[in-house]
Design a protein around this ligand. Structure first.
Ligand code: HEC
Length: 121
């Protein structure tokens, strides 16, 4: 019985590591912003299919596009760079107009939460 409890604790710890970000909180920052930082949804839509104009790319299924964007970067690494240093990679067809100061307004956990949310899109 005690073995079972130990195994259970290990499984719960591993599950905790796998989900270090809170997608729900990420979605909230995305749509409402945080502190003085503007909501991502000011410039980004998340809708399937072709849509009207927006300043930034539609982020539907960005998880699939993120990994192949930059050679040697995982999807999560690319998304982190996109949030903190948007000028490092400018998506073709768009201008280098993304709000550049999320790094000073969002805490490390907020960024993790945003990445976790973006990976669900
Ligand atoms: C002022 C408008 C604006 C705001 C606000 C903004 N973005 Fe962007 N974003 C852009 C533009 C324009 C691009 C395309 C140019 C580039 O790659 O930097 C972009 C690119 C991206 C990309 C790369 C998409 C791809 O297909 O590779 C991601 C990911 C992204 N933004 C996430 C976010 C997140 C998350 C937030 C909120 C924390 C946010 N953006 C806020 C304008 C914005």
């Amino acid at each position: 019985m005690s073995n079972f409890i130990i195994v259970l604790i290990i499984v719960l710890l591993l599950a905790g590591c796998a989900t270090s970000g809170n997608a729900g909180h990420g979605a909230q920052i995305f749509s409402q912003g945080q502190a003085d930082a503007p909501p991502c949804s000011t410039c980004h839509q998340v809708v399937n299919g072709q849509v009207g104009f927006s300043i930034g790319p539609n982020l539907a299924r960005v998880a699939e596009r993120a990994a192949p964007r930059v050679v040697g970067m995982t999807a999560a690494e690319y998304l982190r760079q996109s949030i903190l240093e948007p000028h490092r990679y400018v998506v073709s067809g768009y201008r280098d107009m993304m709000y550049p100061d999320y790094g000073t307004h969002l805490a490390e956990q907020d960024i993790e939460d945003l990445i976790t949310y973006l990976l669900t899109l």
